[in-house]
Design a protein around this ligand. Structure first.
Ligand SMILES: [Zn+2]
Length: 266
């Protein structure tokens, strides 16, 4: 048997699918290797020692074998099970959304220690408390910022003037806030209340002590949820389209070389 290169890493299980009789293919988030897909053989047999260490949202220390095609999980030791996330349907739904968001924003073999620690923090926050809204809004804003999509929250994205207090707008295609006058020019702009803008700025500042004390009225919570989900959807679809475009460029035959234009002297 060919010698396999082994490596150790901590990982969070983002999701799993069954493979064959008793195996599963896991999508893992790791701090040093980004997203990793790996097979864990025989995990569905009652005799498997690894089953309880590799459920969705578990944080575990793993030993993996690098293999052609797909890596293989050979050992797993639980660090944090986040059991509460699998016992309450609302928490399971929130954690699944968190895992899916990170799955869509990360690439394979692209190290992301900040995203890894962010997801660890948010899963523990969801597991430990009754509030499911603020942890998800925190995850959305921080994950978007880490991926280069931090929305502009201080000046109108169209006319660049500072925002007036009152009703402004938010547009995913514009990448942030719009003043009342410019809002009408963007088809996807939605109204943004002054309180929602204040919470978005707090989320941007990453002031966890204050964020964890905030109790938002339901209407404000729903306004932020609708707005950030629309922005997340826009960004992830935009990313998927860019990836698809990259794939077509990679598959296309190389374009004939053209002579470089002459450099004009200033
Ligand atoms: Zn404007």
């Amino acid at each position: 048997m060919a010698e396999q290169r082994l490596y150790r890493t901590e990982a969070i299980v983002l999701r799993h699918v069954r493979s064959g009789e008793a195996s599963r293919i896991l999508t893992l988030l790791t701090p040093g290797y980004g997203k990793v897909r790996a097979v864990v053989k025989g995990v569905l047999r009652p005799t498997s020692h690894m089953a309880g260490h590799l459920e969705p949202f578990c944080r575990s220390r793993l030993l993996l074998a690098h293999a052609r095609g797909m890596d293989i999980v050979t050992q797993a030791q639980l660090v944090e099970s986040h059991a509460g996330l699998r016992e309450d349907l609302d928490k399971t739904t929130a954690a699944a959304y968190a895992a899916e968001l990170i799955d869509r924003l990360t690439e394979e073999e692209h190290e992301s220690p900040e995203l890894y620690h962010l997801l660890c923090y948010v899963l523990a926050w969801l597991a430990g408390g009754p509030d499911l809204d603020m942890p998800l809004r925190y995850l959305e804003t921080q994950a978007l910022a880490l991926s280069g999509y931090q929305p502009e929250l201080h000046r109108c994205q169209a006319c660049k003037r500072p925002l007036e207090p009152g009703l402004n707008g938010f547009s995913p295609t514009a990448g942030g806030v719009l003043c009342a006058g410019c809002t009408v020019n963007f088809g996807d702009a939605r109204p943004l209340s002054l309180n929602a803008l204040k919470v978005l700025r707090l989320l941007e500042q990453d002031d966890l002590a204050q964020l964890r004390r905030l109790k938002l009225p339901t209407a404000l919570s729903r306004e932020l949820e609708t707005l950030l989900r629309a922005y997340v959807l826009y960004v992830t679809e935009h990313q998927l389209r860019s990836l698809a475009f990259l794939e077509t460029v990679r598959e296309a035959p190389p374009a004939p070389r053209r002579a470089a234009p002459p450099i004009e002297e200033a």
